[in-house]
Design a protein around this ligand. Structure first.
Ligand SMILES: Cc1ncc(C[n+]2csc(CCOP(=O)(O)OP(=O)(O)O)c2C)c(N)n1
Ligand SMILES: [Mg+2]
Length: 410
């Protein structure tokens, strides 16, 4: 009994720190196609091992294999590739716009494009996402205008949110995108509540909750699981495990549970892990979970295993806490390249067409940017009116706000 009587405080440590050699040998990657696809009404107790595996469709050769393959047509896959490429280009331009002082802040999706782009295609109109700041693919893949997103980022006179939200915190009821809250994890219980309300009113719309690995440490995440499991809420509980929560590695929030998906097991919630860099796998698993929700089978917890290639935000410098080349060592590859290779393998795409598409997309994004900048940027051109600040919070403006607006002379 070494150390008897002397307590030691345990703090999980990442495998490597800056200067070290990236090491993902602890990440077990099952072969593509090896994880079975159960029926949607499966008894959750019989699929507990799925919380510790990873559902994958695309193999190294670019083939789609196994029971989760075959759901999307070539046309749909080509569209998916375009959505991911658009999001990547949009990110690069907005990142640059921040460096040019046109906005105060930006957050990229680099490496995580498949998660939100593919998920969106599994939903129906009217379903509601409760997203975080790293799911703009939900909007892009649903055809929300990029100009409106840029207007929001620039807080200009055409900003749909009138400069009241941090850049990237979009909102669009029509596109099933609930207003983003900077207070992490609050959206998880809201999603479950919205889903419960949908069931109570015998509606057919379902909700999708979104959270990052780090934010699952918030008690809101756990409270949401209690309500979702007790009331079998029609909700998909998404956890995007991109390995990092700013400078904190995922081992802190994961604790002793083994995986984030395993958090769902104690609640009796079917819990799956999926290769988040595999467009086909993300879409197939999302569809399975959405079908379960819509068939009154209750919630599903889905952990997307991915990697945050970029900095957390424009205010972050990852070289302070992880090896610079860590993203190159990430074993699940790049979502855009993997889908591109699959489509080339199928004979419906080519390197030349890809290069051409990149140029076309860049042109479209630049055109949207010019249009948005015509409405102003953070420090130049049109701004939302001061009067707007008083609007849109209450259905009827309370007297104290009316008085304040009068005092402000707007
Ligand atoms: C309640 C709350 N705590 C802390 C923060 C500060 N904060 C913003 S983003 C972030 C990291 C979140 O990491 P994760 O949930 O893994 O999401 P990711 O950024 O990796 O997508 C933190 C701690 C916050 N916004 N809200
Ligand atoms: Mg994270």
């Amino acid at each position: 009994m070494a150390d008897a009587g002397m307590l030691r405080f345990h703090v999980p440590e990442p495998e490597v720190r800056p200067g070290g050699t990236p090491d993902f040998s602890n990440v077990t990657i099952p072969k593509a196609g090896s994880v079975p696809r159960p029926e949607i009404d499966v008894d959750p107790r019989t699929i507990r091992d799925m919380a510790f595996s990873i559902i994958r469709v695309l193999n190294r050769a670019g083939e789609a294999v196994g029971p989760w393959a075959g759901l999307l047509s070539d046309k749909e896959l080509l569209e998916g590739l375009r959505h991911m490429m658009t999001l990547r280009t949009f990110d690069a331009r907005m990142q640059m716009a921040q460096r040019q002082g046109k906005t105060s802040f930006y957050m990229q999706h680099l490496g995580e494009e498949a998660v939100s782009c593919a998920f969106r295609k599994a939903l129906q109109p009217g379903d509601m996402n409760f997203p975080t700041y790293r799911q703009a693919g939900l909007l892009i893949a649903d055809g929300y205008p990029m100009v409106s997103m840029m207007n929001q980022i620039y807080s200009n006179e055409a900003d749909p949110l009138k400069g009241r939200q941090l850049p990237v915190m979009y909102s669009s009821k029509e596109h099933g995108f609930f207003s983003i809250s900077g207070n992490l994890a609050t959206q998880y219980i809201q999603a479950v509540g919205w889903a419960m309300a949908s069931a109570i009113s015998n509606d057919s719309r379902i909700a999708a909750a979104w959270i990052g690995d780090g934010s699952t440490a918030e008690s809101d995440f756990h409270a949401a699981l209690v309500f979702a499991s007790t009331y079998k809420a029609p909700v998909v509980l998404n956890v995007v495990n991109n390995q990092w929560a700013i400078s904190t590695f995922q081992g802190i929030a994961r604790g002793g549970s083994g995986t984030f998906a395993a958090r769902g097991l104690g609640f009796g919630i079917p819990s799956l892990r999926v290769d988040g860099n595999d467009y086909l796998a993300v879409h197939a698993v999302a569809k399975w979970a959405v079908e379960r929700a819509r068939a009154n089978l209750g919630p599903t917890l889905v952990e997307y295993v991915t990697y945050r290639v970029g900095a957390h935000s424009t205010s972050d410098d990852p070289s302070a806490y992880r090896p610079k080349a860590e993203s190159d060592a990430w074993p699940l590859g790049d979502p855009v390249i993997r889908l591109k290779n699959h489509l080339i393998h199928k004979g419906v795409w080519s390197e030349d067409r890809h290069t051409q598409a990149e140029a076309e997309i860049l042109e479209t994004v630049i055109a949207a940017q010019k249009e948005a900048e015509g409405h102003g940027t953070l420090h130049a051109g049109g701004k939302p009116s001061t009067r707007d600040m008083f609007e849109g919070v209450y259905a009827e403006m309370p007297p104290h706000l009316r008085r304040q607006r009068q005092q402000a002379g707007v």
